[in-house]
Design a protein around this ligand. Sequence first.
Ligand code: HEC
Length: 173
Amino acid sequence: MALLLLPGGASGGASAEPSDLEEAAGVLAPFKRDLMQALQDGLAQGPVEAIGACQLRAPEIADERSRDGVRVGRTSHRLRNPENAAPDWVAPLLEAYVGNPADRAPRLVPLPGERAGYVEPIGVKPLCLTCHGETLAPAVAERITALYPDDRATGFAVGDLRGLFWLEFRPSR
Ligand code: HEC
């Protein structure tokens, strides 16, 4: 099983068909939507409150969306929450994207048991800077440090690679 396929490399013939990529993107979509909704609901209360909302809701949403043979998550080369460390099959992909930050193309790789893995790079948007930017409001910085003493997820600029969404699923065909 060729698990160490690098971005840009051939990824096993049929497994890289656009239809598979589209299916994967569709399975991932509700996870992304719920996360963005939770972030926006949190930010409506204020940035410091939103940190707590992310801390509470992000893992719950990943659990809620990891059902029926599907597993989803987020990871990064600069983690805030160490529990978001990349699964084994994601780690080499993450490394490759970090080594070639201009590459933002999603990737599909075969996994054992007729399953597939899908990754999608996450870019930093202006909205993200409140909690991941170079300069944080003191109250925001304080709350983040209190909750995540090992935080490495600040200092980003708009357009930077923030990390990856990842998905494990069983393609329908
Ligand atoms: C209100 C503060 C806040 C904002 C704004 C915010 N985040 Fe986060 N982010 C967090 C917190 C808190 C965590 C840790 C969540 C957890 O414990 O799983 C996190 C975790 C992450 C992770 C998971 C990897 C890791 O480092 O643990 C990614 C990826 C991420 N954020 C991307 C983004 C992106 C992209 C945006 C903009 C669309 C954004 N964040 C906006 C607070 C924020």
